[in-house]
Design a protein around this ligand. Sequence first.
Ligand code: HAM
Length: 546
Amino acid sequence: MIKAVRGTRDLLPPETGLWNFVESAVRDVFRAYNFQEIRTPIFESTELFARGVGEETDVVSKEMFTWSDGERFDEEALATEWIARGVEEKRFSVESATPLNSYLNPLRIRFINRIPDSPEFVCFRPKATLEAVELLLKARSDVKSPEFLLRYPQDADYFRRFEISLRIVVPSGTADSASWIDTRGVEVEQFQNRTPVFKSSQSLTLRPENTAGVVRAYIEHNLEKRGLNKLYYIGPQFRRERPQKGRYRQFYQIGAEVIGPPSSGSESPARDAEVLEMLATLLDRLGIQGWKLELNSVGTPGDRVQFNQALRAALEPMVGQMCDDCQRRAVTNPLRVFDCKVPADQPIIETLPRITQFLGEDSRKHFEAVQDILKRVGVEFQMNDRLVRGLDYYTRTAFEFTHGALGAQNAILGGGRYDGLSEALGGPAAPGIGFAIGEDRLVMSLRATAEDVLRKPDVFVAPMAGMNGEAARLARELRRQQVAVELGDDTFRLKKSFEAATKAGAKYILIVGENEVKADAFAVKNLATGDQVSVPRGELAARIRG
Ligand code: HAM
C-alpha cells in the first residue's frame, strides 16, 4: 500500500471543518483590519531563501527541499549553428521544402546535400546515443524501400543514385560516448559550437516560509506604489524537519505582512502594535485560552555590530565546549547561537550578553512605543530577551505566541520586523512587519471540536420509488435558496432513508412521493422531535431554514 510520505498528512472530514472554521474566522478578522490576500508560488528560486532568510539559519542550511530543474539540451540551437556554418563555408546546401522533409522532420533528422552531390542524414544530440544510430539506419533503409519509391518518386530516384551517409553531431566538450556504443558506420562529429547549447539549470526550493516570497513579489510588482501594503496568505510551507507532534514537513501557515515605503508609515511602532493586537483579537475570537505573548527587540544591524563583538568575546573561552553548530555560528553569525537546542549548551548560552543591552537610542524608543500602545489597548505580554527568532531578516520587534497545551512545539506563531529585507533582495527601502501562525498547531489548540463547528445538512430529501428526478428538481430549488440538502436515492426504502438522514445529521427529512408531487406539498418531519407537517412547495425553504 502506498502511504502519505513521512511528515505529511491527509486532512480529512470532519477535522477539515475545524480548518474551515479557523480560515473563515481569520479572513473576517483580516478584513476588519483591512488586510488583503496575496498568493505567491509554492516554489521559488533557492537564492531567494538563501539571501532572504539567511544561509546560517537552520531553515536554509538543513531543512529546505531543493532540487535542480535540470540542464536542458537545446537541439535547435546546435542544429542552427552547425548548418549555418556548413552553408557559409560552402560545404553543403540545405533544401528545406522537399517532400522528403515531411518524412524526416518528425524524426528530427535533417537532410543535408554535401557538395558535390552527396546526401547525408544528420541528427543532433547532447551525446552519441544508440537511439540516434538506429533512427538514422532505419531512415536510410526506408528511403530506399519500394513503398518510399511509390510515395516520393522523384526523391526516391535521387536516393537510388547516391549513397547516403549518416552523421550524429554532438557539441564539443561532451564525453566521448561514441567510444562505447556501436555506431555501425554512423559518423559522430564533435562540433566546436560557439553559442551555448545547454540551457542552464536553476536551483529551486519548496518555500519553507512565505515572507521572502511576499517581499519578492512586492519588489517585482512595484507594490510600493500602493503605499502601505497589508497582505495576508494561507498556504502550505515545507521544511525537512524531524517529524513529531505539531511538527510536519508539509505544514500550513496563516501569515500577514505589513510592508511599504518609509513614507507610508511602515516603520511606525503603531504598525507593530496593530499587528500584535490583531493577533490577540484573533486568538480570543477562536476561543483559544491561555496563550502567552513573548516580546523582544533584536535591534538594527547597526546595534548588532557591538553586540556581535561582545558575543564573540563572551563565546571565545567557552565555545570549545559547545556543539559543532555553535562553534561554526560563533564565527559566522553569533546571534544564531541562541537557536541552539542542545541541552548541554544551555547553561553557557544563559551567561551570554543579551541584545537588549546593546539597543541604540532609536531602537529602544521604538520598542518602548510598541509596549506603550499594547498596554493602552490591554494586550498582555512578557519580555523574553533570549528570543531572537530563527530567521536572519529580523530587526527590532520580534515576538512569539506560545500555548501550554502544545507540548515541545509550543509556538503557535512567530513574527517580527524585517526593515532591511527588501534591500537585501535588491529592492527599495521597504520596512515591514509580519507574522505566521502555524495553522496545524492553531487547530490543535482549539477547544472547539469538529462537531461544534460542522454545518450539517438542513434537510434530507428522500425520493420514493421512481421519484429521483422530482427529488433532484426540488433539491435544486432548495439549494438555490441557501438550504443545505442531502439527497437520497429512490431505491432506498423509507427505513433506510430515515437511517441515512440521521447519519448525515439532517434536521428534517422530506418525502418526495407521487401524491406529494401532485399536491405540490411535501411531508416535512423534524427528526429530533418527530413532528411532521405538510408544507406547500413555495414555503419549504423558509420553513426549513427556520
Ligand atoms: P517561523 O517562526 O519559522 O516564522 O514559523 C512560524 C510558525 O509556523 C511557527 O511558530 C509554527 O507555529 C509554524 N511552524 C514552523 N515550522 C513548522 C513545522 N515544521 N510544522 C508545523 N508548524 C510549523 C516564519 O515562518 C516567518 N515567515 C514569520 C514571519 C512573517 N515573520 C515576519 N513575517
